[in-house]
Design a protein around this ligand. Structure first.
Ligand SMILES: Nc1nc2c(c(=O)[nH]1)N[C@H]1C(S)=C(S)[C@@H](COP(=O)(O)OP(=O)(O)OC[C@H]3O[C@@H](n4cnc5c(=O)[nH]c(N)nc54)[C@H](O)[C@@H]3O)O[C@H]1N2
Ligand SMILES: Nc1nc2c(c(=O)[nH]1)N[C@H]1C(S)=C(S)[C@@H](COP(=O)(O)OP(=O)(O)OC[C@H]3O[C@@H](n4cnc5c(=O)[nH]c(N)nc54)[C@H](O)[C@@H]3O)O[C@H]1N2
Ligand code: SF4
Ligand SMILES: [Mo]
Length: 739
């Protein structure tokens, strides 16, 4: 223990050699610490899960100050005693053999070699400063995440843009949530998913669009199962997913024909007078133009384009009309498309025109993906200035500067490049240094072969991750070892806008540090430590975030501190100081727009629409299949750096990569179940075992995203408004692997 502490000591020195006493690196961050002061060594405490955006409360059981087991928390308002396999296995990935325990630096032989923190920090600062000096400060960028706590996201964003002078920083939330953000901002005036999970239980019609809830959000699905109103459950998905099988109506539309479908439904609803005129007149604008626009989406035309029958279209519309409390929910089948923002807005339009918003069991509801995608949306300083502010607005910049006690001149007055533009920037020579934090781009980014080639062109690539073995870490010049979920404190914001608490209940291995402390050290070594003098701990930063949120739609000034979050089972935003009840219990379930006021200055929501466009890569004789991609099982998480570490989870999913195809296609091509086939696109060629299933339609195939090869095939198309990648549609061919 002494030896390690001694080794750690130099990192308290700043880059210029001056001592800094402010760095809060307590021994625990080197894996030596006991349990945090407020927990007794054998306590059980509730921590919000670190996988998906459902944000379940997990009871973590400690022995001698170390987490030894978890169970589902029965009094947490989100999951009510339930958890999915990933939650039950949440501790296992922490103990994996390939945890990064020291920094690693690429040596002259081209291998990653362990080095100490001081050297890592000096190299980090020297190399990135050199690049900025040579090519300008815009030449260094970062790619962040929706999987670290909000306080860390804010620190990275503030350090990157205000401290280190970067202009470009984006995150993996671009792959995931950018569409919902853009759609809500334009339609409602703020990025504001309106719902609360109780709405799953209060609807009489639940419409799930491009969302495989049973697999991707199993506990939200459980909330639907608790619905006592025998709801109609409508699934809109080209595949007959697990969720579609459990639904009462499944519309297996042609991939990427959603926009036409929703305009067609709007046309039927309007023409039949099945709309809420009172709501439209009082609370929305541009309806008449929209009503005029959708007249061209006749049922015959829509039927032809979507592959659904005219009867099916009418049944869908009639079900919406018959519902008293209709809720619309969408996920990646919508967000990841070439006209995704307009599709999300077409869903919003259906909710607005039928008055299905602001009441129990209603809403136009985007379901989030990662545990803290919602934190990233508001507080990562990437697309929004901290707290949902606007970089291009001088008043916003001044407000943020005032709260942070810094010069407004440090805040960029323009927006960052988006993820794909940062990657393209490497190709064009604009971006020379990149810092990737808690995302595995070399696996998850679209058109992976091109990305990997571009990463190789960087003059300096830093990867900050729990593991040194990820596909991206393996490309890095420098790897910074990060503590994981449950090895640090902070907050996540879940899909229903609930701030929940993450606690340090386990020691990080070796010299891994929390992302928070890594940022703190980098600030000191970079020479901007003073700017973050008050950022002493995650909870101190939480207090700063509260101040930043003041007066915003996401105002959380009424949340006192972490203790209050712990006691209430999390708190949904907004909770302004003035909105807190002076006596009695805080209402835990709250939805937005109950007063019919939206966040545009006139208080109205906007009908936004645009003519549909063709998919960027159509099928042809050479590439006759559409490749769909997405989640495979509830026990696999993304690029599998964490879930593959659990023997229990590994038993719950197929060991080898597979491709699902329809029986008629398999028969035509002479492919037998389980046979290895080659899947080829214009970008790459991979092999997978054929799973023959009626779940996919003829002419379509499906591959899960959890296997790295999938993104060798995908086509880099983007929604023009949100710049979110269109992961779910490209043209491929399938061949028997006869060689
Ligand atoms: N087990 C598990 N759970 C997860 C994750 C995980 O990796 N593993 N990841 C989390 C994250 S970050 C996210 S973003 C969410 C994603 O959650 P989901 O979006 O529910 O998951 P996906 O499987 O990516 O996509 C959903 C469905 O979209 C369908 N789809 C494809 N093309 C179209 C189309 O054109 N129209 C329509 N209507 N549907 C289409 C696919 O067939 C698929 O069934 O899951 C979260 N939860
Ligand atoms: N083809 C296809 N591709 C897709 C999708 C699809 O549907 N189809 N979906 C897209 C979507 S929605 C998403 S969200 C992305 C996800 O893609 P990624 O973000 O690349 O996926 P993860 O595997 O979650 O990567 C998170 C990384 O952070 C590390 N990590 C975990 N916790 C911490 C921490 O506390 N600190 C640090 N520093 N590191 C940590 C993990 O080890 C891992 O390497 O994939 C996208 N890619
Ligand atoms: S549903 Fe999501 S938040 Fe809940 S236990 Fe599973 S992974 Fe964790
Ligand atoms: Mo995601």
């Amino acid at each position: 223990m002494k030896k390690l502490l001694k080794k750690a000591a130099p990192i308290f020195r700043q880059h210029d050699g001056a001592l800094t006493q402010e760095l809060v690196l307590h021994p625990g961050d080197f894996g030596l610490g006991k349990v945090p002061a407020r927990l007794t060594p054998d306590a059980t405490t509730t921590v919000v899960c670190g996988f998906c955006s459902t944000g379940c409360g997990l009871n973590v059981h400690l022995k001698n100050g170390q987490a030894i087991n978890v169970s589902a928390s029965s009094d947490y308002p989100v999951n009510l005693g339930m958890a999915c396999p990933k939650g039950w296995e949440a501790l296992t990935p922490l103990a994996a053999q390939d945890r990064a325990m020291t920094p690693y630096l690429r040596n002259d032989a081209g291998e990653l070699e362990p080095c100490d923190w001081e050297r890592a920090l000096i190299i980090f600062c020297e190399r990135l400063k050199e690049i900025q000096k040579k090519y300008g400060r815009e030449s260094v960028a970062w790619l962040g995440t929706g999987q670290i706590v909000t306080e860390e996201l804010a620190f990275l964003g503030a350090l990157g843009k205000f401290g280190m002078g970067m202009i470009h920083g984006d995150g993996n939330t671009r792959q995931c949530m950018a569409t919902a953000v853009t759609a809500y901002k334009q339609s409602f005036g703020f990025d504001a998913p309106p719902y609360t999970y109780a709405d799953f239980e209060e609807s009489d019609v639940i419409v799930l669009i491009g969302s495989n809830l049973c697999i991707a959000h199993p506990i939200m699905w459980q909330r639907i199962c608790r619905n006592p109103h025998k709801p109609e459950i409508i699934v809109v998905d080209p595949r007959k997913t697990e969720t579609a099988m459990a639904a009462t109506q499944h519309y297996a539309l042609a991939p990427k024909s959603d926009l036409i479908l929703f305009y067609g439904l709007a046309n039927i609803l309007i023409a039949s007078g099945w709309i809420n005129r009172g709501f439209i007149n009082s609370h929305t604008i541009d309806f008449e133009e929209f009503a005029q626009f959708v007249t061209r989406f006749t049922s015959d035309y829509v039927s032809e384009a979507t592959g659904l029958s005219v009867d099916q279209l009418w049944r869908f519309a009639e079900t919406i009309h018959a519902g008293k409390r209709v809720s619309f929910w969408w996920t990646m089948g919508v967000n990841q498309g070439h006209e995704a923002t307009r599709t999300a807005q077409a869903i919003i339009n259906l909710a607005l025109m039928t008055g299905n918003i602001g009441r129990p069991g209603t809403g136009a509801n985007s379901i989030t993906g990662q545990c803290n995608a919602m934190g990233s949306r508001l507080f990562s300083n990437t697309t929004n200035l901290l707290g949902g502010h606007d970089f291009t607005n001088a008043q916003d910049r001044e407000k943020v500067a005032r709260v942070l006690d810094m010069d407004a001149g440090c805040i960029p007055d323009g927006n960052s490049l988006a993820y794909d533009e940062i990657i393209d920037g490497i190709g064009s020579g604009k971006i020379k240094g990149l810092w990737i934090v808690a995302t595995n781009s070399s696996h998850s980014w679209i058109n992976q072969n091109s990305l990997r080639e571009l990463l190789g062109k960087l003059e300096f690539l830093v990867v900050q991750d729990m593991y040194h073995t990820t596909e991206t870490a393996q490309c890095a010049d420098l790897v910074l070892p990060a503590a994981a979920w449950a090895e640090k404190d902070g907050t996540f914001i879940n899909s229903e806008r609930r701030f929940g608490l993450v606690k340090k209940v386990s020691r990080a291995p070796g010299q891994a540090l929390s992302d928070f402390n890594i940022f703190k050290l980098i600030a000191a070594y970079w020479g901007c430590g003073q700017m973050f003098e008050k950022w002493t701990s995650p909870e101190a930063v939480f207090q700063i975030l509260k101040d930043l949120s003041r007066g915003q739609p996401c105002d959380i000034t009424g949340i006192e501190d972490y203790r209050m979050l712990d006691e209430c089972g999390g708190v949904q935003w907004p909770l302004p100081e003035t909105g807190k009840p002076s006596t009695g219990k805080l209402e835990t379930e709250r939805r937005l727009f109950e007063d019919g006021r939206f966040f545009h200055p006139d208080g109205k929501a906007k009908f936004i629409f645009e003519a549909p466009r063709e998919t960027p890569e159509k099928t042809c004789d050479n590439y006759p299949f559409i490749l769909l991609t997405g989640r495979g099982t509830s026990s696999q998480w993304h690029t599998q750096t964490r879930t593959a570490k659990s023997a229990v989870l590994r038993k719950l999913y197929p060991e080898n990569v597979y491709v699902e195809m329809n029986e008629s296609d398999a028969e035509r091509l002479g492919i037998k179940p389980g046979e290895l086939v080659r899947i080829l696109s214009r970008r790459g060629e991979v092999k997978a075992a054929a799973v023959i299933t009626p779940a996919v339609q003829p002419g379509q195939v499906f591959m899960p995203m959890h296997y790295a090869i999938t993104n060798q095939l995908t086509f880099p198309a983007f929604d023009p408004q949100s710049r979110q990648p269109s992961y779910k549609s490209c043209a491929v061919k399938i061949e028997r692997d006869i060689f």
